[in-house]
Design a protein around this ligand. Structure first.
Ligand SMILES: Cc1cc2nc3c(=O)[nH]c(=O)nc-3n(C[C@H](O)[C@H](O)[C@H](O)COP(=O)(O)OP(=O)(O)OC[C@H]3O[C@@H](n4cnc5c(N)ncnc54)[C@H](O)[C@@H]3O)c2cc1C
Length: 383
């Protein structure tokens, strides 16, 4: 029989959301373990996004997603500083191509002001959003996890949860494919694309997650000129559209696309993606029209069918708390999400202590640039 670990909370999934939840609980003295299916942290959506820390300027008021984006903004600076997480505070520019778009930009500016986000409409109709920033999303994720470890959390990789049983008199017993058995009072389901599969383990089929693929092209800065800010189109209700943004390591990335899929293992970049991205990106940044990409990667957004930001206890099993369908802004909103989850964990009967100060420490290094790391890992897994 496998050894049994007795803890208070198990967090399932080591993306940015699971890592932030683990840190928030560990800082409050909770005995918490993080269980990640893959061989490392941040090897799914959290390692394959745009790395943008959004202000929430274009988010709709009164939605939970917006509330948690805005809550995160107030928590982020001390964390970035203490953990040495790299960030480019470059701001963003949204340009108008015609009068209809200029009208759309004025509406975005009004919504930004409702969310208390400073923006400025220029005379040419473009919108400046000085608070938008870019980070290395993998460095962010692993630094948050390392800080959780410094506060006593246990991190397990190659630990895919494949069974959850009710454990008398209260609590849960989790088993991983690798043979770990964990007894806990509460488990938090941060399994991204597979959050629906984890929910099924307790008989909850109330939601489903599908992959919305986003493809990117990575370029050396054309003519060696670093891009000074994030260039964004007017967003639609469905997507923020193809952006062009600088990276911490001086590259320029264009993307993402938005393609709804069924296959949760399809991390490929479609043959037609390059033409689609370049056509849109070159409108924002003409030097990309003739530039040769040096790499491409795809991310899979964990999109909920008819649901977004599903955060709450599983109806048939209140000891399992879902944090699912965190589709498009989870890097930005992770700290706010984690605060909300701590309240739910406390309501489920786990006592929380006072929040300990951040300890800080050397930022963990990852060997490949973040935009290459997950694509290469996924190619290796598929081979
Ligand atoms: C193309 C694209 C662009 C984006 N751009 C941005 C952006 O600029 N800014 C922003 O804020 N957000 C952005 N996002 C959204 C952001 O990446 C996601 O919201 C966020 O990464 C979701 O984090 P997560 O931890 O919920 O999921 P994930 O990162 O997918 O992590 C889930 C983890 O759970 C693990 N897991 C699954 N099943 C199990 C199991 N049974 N047992 C144990 N572990 C399991 C997985 O291996 C995975 O590591 C973008 C996303 C994409 C794909």
């Amino acid at each position: 029989m496998a050894p049994i670990n007795q803890i208070q909370v198990a967090v399932i999934g080591g993306g940015v959301v699971g890592c932030a939840v683990t840190l928030a609980l560990a800082r409050r003295g909770v005995a918490v373990a993080l269980l990640e299916a893959e061989a490392g942290l941040g090897l799914a959506a959290s390692g394959t996004n745009s790395g943008i820390l959004h202000t929430g300027f274009d988010s709709t008021m009164d939605e939970l997603e917006t509330e948690l984006i805005l809550a995160s903004g107030a928590l982020r600076e001390p964390l970035l500083d203490a953990l040495g997480i790299p960030v480019l505070r470059c701001g963003a520019l949204m340009t108008a191509r015609d009068p209809a778009q200029a009208e759309g930009i004025r509406a975005v500016a009004a919504s930004a002001r409702r969310n208390d986000i400073p923006v400025a409409v220029r005379e040419d109709g473009a919108l400046e959003i000085p608070g938008e920033a870019v980070t290395d999303p993998v460095a962010y994720t692993v630094a948050v996890a390392a800080e959780a470890e410094r506060h006593g959390a246990a991190l397990h990789v190659s630990a895919r949860v494949d069974a959850i049983e009710r454990d008398a008199p209260a609590g849960l017993r989790l088993r991983t494919e690798s043979g770990l058995v964990i007894r806990c009072a509460v488990a938090v389901n941060c399994a991204g694309l597979h959050a629906d599969r984890v929910a099924r383990l307790v008989g909850d089929d109330s939601f489903s997650i599908y992959p919305r693929k986003g493809e990117f092209l990575v370029f050396d800065a054309p003519a060696g000129e670093p891009l000074e800010r994030i260039l964004v189109p007017l967003p639609s209700r469905r997507t923020k559209g193809v952006l062009v943004f600088p990276t911490i390591d001086g590259k320029v990335i264009a993307g993402p696309t938005a393609v709804d899929l069924e296959d949760k293992r399809d991390w490929s970049v479609r043959p037609g993606a390059r033409a689609e991205i370049v056509a849109k990106a070159a409108v924002l940044y003409p030097p990309l029209a003739d530039a040769e990409p040096l790499f491409s990667y795809a991310g899979l957004r964990p999109a909920g069918r008819g649901v977004n930001y599903l955060i709450g206890a599983a109806p048939p099993c209140p000891a399992l708390i879902h944090v699912a369908a965190i589709r498009s802004t989870g890097l930005t909103a992770s700290l706010g999400i984690a605060e909300r989850v701590t309240q739910l964990v406390e309501a489920a009967g786990v006592p929380l202590g006072a929040e300990a100060a951040l300890k800080g420490g050397a930022a963990p290094q990852h060997d490949a640039p973040w935009w290459r790391r997950t694509a290469e890992y996924r190619a290796g897994v598929a081979a």
